[in-house]
Design a protein. Structure first.
Length: 323
């Protein structure tokens, strides 16, 4: 009788199937446990964005910073404690905003379905809704992320590419998250919204190689304009990344980069690789013919990085604290 052997194979298959199932996110994950979650997130986000459209950018960036450090597990939201310095306190995070919005959305969801929806899922939904509310694309957000219990300051520095990263470093950073060179070109288009502190790019204006020089890859006319906005050693002024339309999600970013007016070295670096360069030129000349479609696809991929599912992690009650 071969049945014990078949039984073993069957059990093994079930185990494998269950594991791979547990690792997947699902559309409508909360259909039974919190059917109104997407509506609550959307209404609350819309209320915020209609009053303060500039908050859409930081909400999108929060999701990115969450996903690139320990996966999309809400770890970016955890506060430091006496014994632990969290991601929040790392240099790249010092310019993050929007935590209050996430808390507000989470409270609204908790009121309806206490202890059910993770902060990581709320972050993913809020980022999506915020972008779509400022005329950006809308994308599917499969749900079922669980919240992590760990947030470590040094991991933010290691995992988030700095604004002075070159193309090799950027491609490697994205590849380490299973994102492609195309995803890099596409997701960089996020810089069509939002603002940056002068300090994130002022070396390009004043001291590029330590000899009081400028970055030769930056349009000299644009340098004049940026210098009038950002004085040397200015740590507080904010510059619009896509001047004139920094509150609207559009394809202008690629027009700027193609004109050598990308704000960061990491933006300019997209012209240093044949694939990313071709993408920039295509979107610049075709008025973003495929940008929204591409962006939706890449955001869905980003939202799946290193997620915790099944029984892993927890559903945090308050996003700033592990339970
Ligand atoms: C490719 C590598 C990337 C680098 C080096 C980078 C770097 C930066 C820096 C330095 C800032 C300005 C922070 C400040 O000084 O205030 C910024 C802002 C921003 N980034 Fe990125 N970023 C990258 C990719 C992304 C991705 C993938 C997204 C979203 C999916 C994103 C979304 C944003 C948004 C929306 C802002 C504006 C935030 C605000 O207005 O507060 N970035 N980024
Ligand atoms: C978490 O820390 C932030 C500053 O990093 C602070 O503004 C906020 O009040 C803290 N949250 C709570 C609930 O203590
Ligand atoms: C990118 O930066 C790394 C580290 O500084 C350096 O080793 C590499 O040569 C640079 N690559 C390019 C293409 O500039
Ligand atoms: C990338 O994909 C590999 C192989 O599928 C997987 O082992 C790894 O965990 C993934 N990394 C991330 C950050 O998702
Ligand atoms: C310019 O950079 C060099 C080398 O990093 C540094 O020693 C110098 O202090 C900087 N100059 C100014 C004006 O910040
Ligand atoms: C750079 O500029 C600073 C401040 O204006 C000046 O003190 C320094 O001597 C200059 N350094 C060089 C190498 O020109
Ligand atoms: C929003 C936030 O938590 N910002 C923190 C970033 O890190 C600095 C110092 O490391 C803190 O002072 C900020 O509160």
């Amino acid at each position: 009788m071969a049945s014990p052997k078949y039984l073993a194979v069957f059990i093994a298959l079930v185990a494998v199937f269950n594991i791979s199932n547990a690792q997947g996110l699902k559309l409508g994950f909360y259909r039974k446990t919190c059917p109104s979650v997407e509506a609550i997130v959307k209404t609350t986000t819309a209320r915020v964005i209609s009053q303060a459209p500039t908050l859409a950018a930081p909400l999108l960036r929060l999701h990115f910073h969450d996903c690139f450090v320990r996966g999309c597990d809400g770890s970016v939201l955890i506060n430091s404690t006496r014994n632990n310095q969290a991601e929040k306190d790392a240099i790249p995070n010092q310019s993050l905003r929007g935590y209050g919005v996430i808390d507000r959305v989470k409270s609204a969801v908790e009121k309806k379905c206490p202890g059910v929806v993770s902060c990581a899922d709320i972050l993913a939904l809020t980022a999506r809704d915020a972008v779509s509310l400022i005329k950006g694309p809308i994308w599917k957000v499969p749900l079922g992320r669980r919240d992590g219990r760990v947030s470590i300051i040094t991991e933010a520095l290691i995992n988030l590419p700095p604004p002075f990263a070159n193309i090799t470093q950027l491609k490697a950073s994205f590849a380490s998250k299973n994102l492609t060179t195309k995803d890099l070109a596409v997701l960089s288009g996020s810089h069509t919204i939002g603002t940056s502190h002068c300090s994130s790019f002022s070396s390009r204006l004043y001291n590029f190689t330590g000899r009081n020089d400028t970055d030769p890859t930056l349009d000299p006319n644009y340098i004049i304009r940026l210098k009038s906005k950002c004085k040397p050693a200015d740590l507080t002024t904010l510059a619009e990344m896509d001047p004139g339309s920094f509150k609207t999600f559009d394809e202008d970013y690629y027009t700027l980069v193609a004109k050598r007016r990308g704000l960061f070295q990491s933006d300019a670096a997209l012209l240093d690789d044949p694939e990313t360069k071709a993408y920039v030129k295509l979107q610049a000349t075709s008025h973003g013919s495929t940008f929204f479609k591409d962006f939706s696809k890449s955001m869905e991929k980003m939202g799946k990085i290193g997620v915790l599912t099944g029984n892993a992690g927890e559903i945090r009650k308050r996003c700033a604290f592990v339970n």
